[in-house]
Write a protein that binds this ligand. Structure first.
Ligand code: AMP
Ligand code: MG
Length: 351
């Protein structure tokens, strides 16, 4: 398959190019597109065969459901059994934006779009390209991240190209995705509501609106959780993993720096190529083969926005070991730490 690349202005996408992509979606094809979180790989969510092709292209396990993307709040109603008052509040306050809400689904949603669960996950993205594509396709778009399953999520069209060229119909190139981690997933099909995945919308902001909001134990897990504890089977799959072994060093900043220096020296001794993922405030402390800053400790959105790109870039340098600093689990830091821990396969070292 020849993958078409459509380059657009992220703020004012060319309607003719979006129309080309919308036609591909309508006839059951696959289009990667930018959102404000990461790039998504889209298919017509109401066409089970198209959604199945999406799983094949990504080599994604069939038990990991995609998120359905809509252009308007009113597009949610036909897809769900019921919209609670809490759901209305969340949609009003946080949409369009990086928040996914899990509802009981209606009969029109094919099983491919829910992985056979009785629930469906829905989000309304803010990115003008994503919004235009959904609007012009005139249907909800099922879109998991546009990477090969298990790889770090793509934040640029180039990342999508590296993973999926030849496997999908088109990529809309609308520049870099700025949040850099996926949406926050909140399950409102249970009471009290449950945060299943931390992401671009902070837990604290959601809790302020909902009152009671529980964190699924998986969110801050420091080791693999038994499968039967997962609410969504997709939670369990290996994710975000570069080829190199990632290790995350957790503790207060001074102790973390000391521990990483010690580990870097030990690995160097064994002739391993070491990369350190540091922060603006700490990077000068290290002398490894590769040292990169993820962003500032005083502005964790900078860390979120570079994290997946750095995991790919450092991996491309052919390193054997990646030693990453931990960051505080507040605001978007909760999502950053969740992704880093998963990327490390829970190889966590306490400093
Ligand atoms: P991805 O699209 O790769 O970022 O992953 C989509 C994620 O959305 C899944 O891995 C789940 O965590 C979540 N998700 C999608 N549908 C559901 C659902 N029906 N119930 C719970 N979580 C869901
Ligand atoms: Mg993904």
């Amino acid at each position: 398959m020849n993958t078409l690349v459509l380059k657009v202005d992220p703020d004012k996408p060319d309607a003719a190019k979006i129309e080309v992509a919308a036609q591909i979606i309508k006839r059951g094809g696959l289009v990667a597109f930018p959102t404000e979180t990461v790039y998504g790989l889209g298919a017509d969510a109401l066409n089970g065969e198209a959604v199945l092709r999406l799983f094949e292209a990504k080599k994604r396990p069939l038990d990991n459901p995609p998120i359905l993307h809509v252009a308007e709040v009113r597009d949610v109603y036909p897809l769900v059994a019921e919209v609670s008052q809490k759901a209305e509040q969340l949609m009003k306050q946080f949409w369009p934006g990086p928040l996914t809400v899990v509802f009981k689904h209606s009969a029109i949603v094919p099983k491919e779009s829910t992985a056979g669960l009785d629930t469906v996950a829905i989000r309304m993205p803010k990115h003008p390209v994503a919004a235009a594509l959904i609007r012009q396709s005139k249907r909800p778009i099922a879109a998991p991240s546009a990477n090969l399953s298990g790889k770090p999520s793509p934040t640029t069209a180039q990342h999508v190209y590296e993973d999926l060229n030849g496997r999908i119909d088109a990529i809309i190139d609308g520049g870099a995705a700025d949040i850099g981690v996926e949406s926050t997933v909140v399950d409102l099909s249970c009471d009290p509501p449950l945060l299943l995945r931390p992401g671009g919308t902070p837990f604290e902001a959601l809790k302020a609106v909902l009152g009671d909001l529980q964190l699924h134990p998986f969110v801050q897990a420091e080791s693999e959780i038994p499968v039967e504890k997962a609410r969504s089977p997709g939670m369990m799959h290996k994710h975000y993993a570069p080829k190199a072994q990632v290790m995350i060093v957790e503790g207060n900043v001074e102790a973390v720096i000391g521990k990483i220096k010690q580990l870097a020296a030990e690995y160097k001794e064994k002739n391993a190529k070491v990369a350190v993922l540091a922060t603006d405030e700490t990077q000068a402390a290290y002398r490894a083969y590769v040292v990169r800053s993820m962003g500032s400790r005083h502005n964790l959105s900078t860390v979120a926005s570079s994290l997946f790109r750095l995991l790919r870039e450092v991996d491309a340098e052919g390193v054997d070991v990646i030693l990453a600093e931990s960051v505080p689990q507040e605001g978007i830091g909760l999502a950053v730490m969740n992704r880093l821990r998963k990327a490390s396969g829970y190889h966590i070292i306490k400093a």
